[in-house]
Design a binder for this molecule. Structure first.
Ligand SMILES: [Zn+2]
Ligand SMILES: [Zn+2]
Length: 267
């Protein structure tokens, strides 16, 4: 069993629907031993979520939950920061100023597209090769930034458009992906298995089995697992599929983080 959930949003994120306590209670009900909250931190001034996260209030909420659930549920304080090269040094300055256990770095927008909307349908002039190349450039820069404990939902384009991207997974695709995975291994950056909407919306798991296999073959051992829940009933959602993929790829342990330092959690 996967005993932890390392990607959770609450009302401290603009799109989160449940409170910290509701998510903690859901985690306990699901038999989890440990969770890490990862509220959105956005740096795009045009994004409606810009400036939404109140870090001080969030940190106080986490401290209170750590006290309330002590001995029953380990509660970690994390963040999911949005990454684009256009933000320059801003994400790094934000992360340097806060105290956290775990930081997911995620690329959500590329070439003017919000990738999380693409599952609804792509426009007629959508150029997959171009968007894909830009996405990989962004993720590569994210890994090289050294800011992320883990890369969120990689490959996100595949997650959102599994049928379309599956057909484009040729030699060049895998060369690009493996180049990024090699950088993760060299930099000690974890990759995430994100199960959000895997079954209910028909999205792909990301990372999926094939990426996990290649990451492991390259020496990668740091893998986090997250439901990316935005409401309490989604906590630990579709984790059976994640565990199956992880075991098939050769993993019998996943990774937790405390104050930015990774440790192993047996499956
Ligand atoms: Zn995300
Ligand atoms: Zn998320």
């Amino acid at each position: 069993m996967i005993p932890v959930d390392y990607h959770l949003h609450t009302t401290f994120s603009k799109d989160g629907k449940s409170t910290l306590a509701e998510v903690c209670d859901a985690a306990l009900a699901r038999g989890l031993k440990e969770i890490c909250f990862t509220e959105h931190m956005d740096f795009d001034r045009d994004d409606p979520a810009y400036g939404y996260l109140d870090w001080k209030a969030y940190a106080a909420g986490i401290a209170a939950a750590q006290g309330r659930y002590a001995g029953r549920l380990t509660v970690r304080k994390g963040v999911e920061f949005d990454f684009r090269r256009a933000y320059e040094t801003v994400p790094g300055e934000f992360l340097a100023a806060i105290d956290f256990d775990f930081a997911i770095g995620s690329v959500h927008s590329v070439a003017g597209y919000h990738l999380y909307d693409l599952y609804k349908g792509v426009p007629a002039d959508f150029n997959l090769a171009k968007v894909q190349a830009e996405y990989f450039d962004e993720v590569e820069a994210l890994v090289d930034s050294g800011w992320a404990s883990a890369i969120g939902h990689f490959d996100y384009l595949y997650k959102q458009l599994p049928a379309l991207v599956a057909a484009s997974r040729d030699k060049a695709y895998w060369r690009r992906v493996e180049g990024i995975l090699e950088r993760c291994v060299a930099g000690g950056v974890a990759i995430e298995v994100n199960t959000h909407h895997v079954l209910d919306r028909g999205l792909a798991m990301a990372a999926d089995l094939e990426i996990l296999r290649r990451y492991r073959a390259l020496g990668g051992r740091l893998v986090t697992v997250g439901s990316d829940a935005h409401r309490a009933p989604e906590v630990a959602g579709h984790f059976a599929a994640a565990e199956q993929a992880l075991r098939e790829a050769g993993f019998d342990a996943i990774t937790g983080f405390k104050q930015g330092a990774p440790y192993s959690i047996t499956l």
